[in-house]
Design a protein around this ligand. Structure first.
Ligand code: MN
Length: 130
């Protein structure tokens, strides 16, 4: 079971994304603000952060830059979730240090495929048999 930190201020999105992640077999930890999320990320080990970009106070891109700047969370995969689907946003999000990007409204399959890609990639050991 993988540990996923979901940072999302909107209650219905927390429910929706949380349910999708739990249904995929992951343990979900919730934060409603960037500050609370960063505090959690520094306090325990996670396999993935799902980061809403539009957050009250500190936004998700600033939070991602802070995670990237800290040796404890430097390598932690971050999947951005945003309502912004404007031209240039993808590059802005990747430049901030996010590893992937899914636009709202969330396409379930795309979201779970990105979660799977980011959660498996860095730590999976190669199988010795085929
Ligand atoms: Mn939001």
């Amino acid at each position: 079971m993988k540990q996923v930190l979901l940072i999302e201020d909107n209650a219905s999105n927390r429910k929706l994304l949380g349910d999708l992640l739990r249904h995929a077999g992951h343990q979900v930890h919730l934060a409603e603000s960037a500050d609370a999320g960063i505090e959690l990320a520094l306090a325990q080990r996670f396999d993935l952060v799902v980061m809403d970009i539009q957050l009250p106070g500190m936004d998700g891109l600033t939070a991602t830059r802070l995670l990237r700047a800290n040796p404890l969370t430097q390598a932690l995969p971050v999947l951005a979730v945003t309502a912004h689907a404007m031209r240039g946003d993808r590059q802005r999000i990747l430049d901030a240090g996010c590893d992937g990007y899914v636009a709202k409204p969330i396409a379930y399959k795309t979201f779970l495929a990105e979660v799977g890609r980011l959660i498996e990639a860095p730590t999976t050991t190669h199988k010795s048999t085929h």
